[in-house]
Ligand binder design. Structure first.
Ligand code: NAP
Length: 302
């Protein structure tokens, strides 16, 4: 019932209806990313692919990371060789750390990769696959780049979700064990944590701009796989990947002043709390960062 209320409440805003009603198709903005080096995770499909292509079209050097070779090759070809396609399994913390070492010149990082799974799965490093892919991997890659590269002067966009509205900041739900695992709860907690991490990086690196953004509900393979009902019932009014990428591209072009505890959606900072209950967190941002560092240390990769 709670889930149904959530979907009904946000349908007009999060689908293409909201995108059109806010007049975004008519509000063009100029984007010139010449001289910038972007790294986009989960770039072989959906929103990530749209971001990689649009950044390359606007002059950026783009490193597009995905795990499957065929769509990576297809992406590099489709971009006319302007995108460097890199194969890595982003659920591996070691792979994320290796990326950070290999590409220290990244100054725009799009933490896009994200999954929603119905059943619990463990990575070979011993983390829940959703936790490793949606949060710990982002943290490993980002903190590695911040320590060793030029990203500290650059831009980070965390692709969070309106799903974050369903969890307060907490540690217990981030990597729940199989017996208490619920994919939606894990997703909400991990997406909430991405908002806190954007605030953390802005605080720690004053020359940086970090944002957490929600792309809206976008018709992608990810949605087809994990929310099949959504694709079936309201597929025709879901956003296109280009529309989902819109606020990411706008943030990179406009670089507005970051806003604490906000979700950027349709080119504006929106509340990170649609429900009063999430305003009372069960963890602090410092506690979150300590937990992520502890988990990195477990892999020997911090
Ligand atoms: N679509 C929406 O309505 C929506 C709404 C809110 C937030 N979001 C967020 O937006 C982001 C992108 O979503 P999307 O719908 O575009 O997802 P998507 O269609 O599933 O695309 C994600 C991409 O990430 C890749 N990927 C998945 N796991 C990977 C791994 N371990 N290593 C490397 N690449 C991996 C996928 O490649 P494979 O083909 O190999 O799986 C795919 O190319 C996610 O963070 C999602 O949570 C989406």
């Amino acid at each position: 019932m709670k889930a149904l209320r959530f979907y009904v409440r946000f349908l007009p805003s999060f689908t293409a209806i909201g995108y059109v009603a806010r007049g975004l198709p008519l509000r063009a903005f100029g984007a010139d990313f010449t001289g910038q080096t972007w790294l986009v995770t989960g770039a072989t499909g959906g929103i990530g692919r749209a971001v990689a292509m649009e950044a390359a079209d606007a002059g950026a050097n783009v490193i597009a990371v995905g795990r499957r070779s065929d769509p990576l090759e297809e992406l590099a070809t489709a971009s006319g060789g302007r995108i460097a396609a890199v194969q890595a399994d982003l659920s591996s913390i070691e792979a994320n750390q290796n990326l950070a070492r290999r590409y220290p010149d990244v100054n725009v990082l799009i933490n896009n990769v994200g999954i929603l799974e119905a059943t619990h799965a463990l990575t070979t490093e011993g983390f829940g696959r959703m936790y490793a892919t949606n949060l710990l991997g982002h943290y490993a890659l980002t903190s590695g780049l911040l320590r060793h590269g030029v990203l500290a002067d650059g831009l980070i966009v965390n692709i969070t979700s309106g799903g974050a509205y369903n969890a307060m900041l907490n540690l217990a739900g981030l990597d729940a064990p199989p017996e208490s695992f619920n994919g939606f709860t894990a997703y909400a907690s991990q997406k909430r944590a991405q908002i806190a991490l954007a605030d953390h990086w802005n605080h720690e690196f004053p020359r940086l701009q970090a944002y957490a953004m929600h792309p809206g509900w976008v018709r992608t393979e990810g949605v087809r796989g994990s929310l099949a009902w959504m694709d079936r019932r309201i597929g025709t009014i879901l956003r296109t990947p280009h529309q989902g990428a819109d606020t990411i591209m706008w943030l990179a072009a406009a670089r507005p002043t970051p806003v604490l505890d906000a979700i950027w959606f349709d080119r504006a900072p929106r509340t990170a709390h649609a429900y009063r209950s999430t305003r009372r967190p069960l963890a602090t941002t410092g506690g979150l960062v300590a937990r992520l560092e502890q988990d990195l240390a477990r892999t020997g990769a911090s």
